[in-house]
Design a protein around this ligand. Structure first.
Ligand SMILES: [Zn+2]
Ligand SMILES: [Zn+2]
Length: 119
């Protein structure tokens, strides 16, 4: 049992720079819970909340949804990132997705976008 929802703790969403920013969008949290239930495997949040300084430091997009606490880059144990993106696009049509080699970006911005950054 997590401290903000069934499977997640706020700390998992926290900005990795240590600034303490860890405000997670409720809708994003719900979608992640559904993904976690569907695949029934541990879901790892590689990066969720980012303060502006940290986002810039790691080369994140300007205006990134991560800065708003509305995005998460996730990977699921034993599940190919493509399958995660396919599932989200099929079931959570209101979510945006980004496909990367080792993780899936998911966000809950108002205007849906899908992109592919795999090499
Ligand atoms: Zn930070
Ligand atoms: Zn991302």
């Amino acid at each position: 049992m997590g401290d903000i929802s069934t499977h997640f703790n706020r700390q998992e969403f926290a900005c990795r720079c240590g600034c303490g920013f860890a405000v997670v969008d409720k809708k994003l949290n719900e979608v992640l819970e559904d993904i976690r239930d569907y695949f029934a495997m541990p879901l790892i949040i590689n990066s969720a909340c980012r303060c502006a300084g940290y986002n810039q430091k790691i080369g994140g997009a300007k205006g990134s949804q991560h800065v708003l606490g509305m995005a998460a880059d996730i990977s699921i144990m034993n599940i190919h990132p493509d399958r995660v993106a396919d599932y989200v696009e099929e079931v959570h049509k209101e979510c945006s997705t980004g496909r990367y080699n080792s993780f899936t970006h998911i966000d809950v911005r108002n205007v849906v976008a899908h992109w592919d950054e795999r090499s």
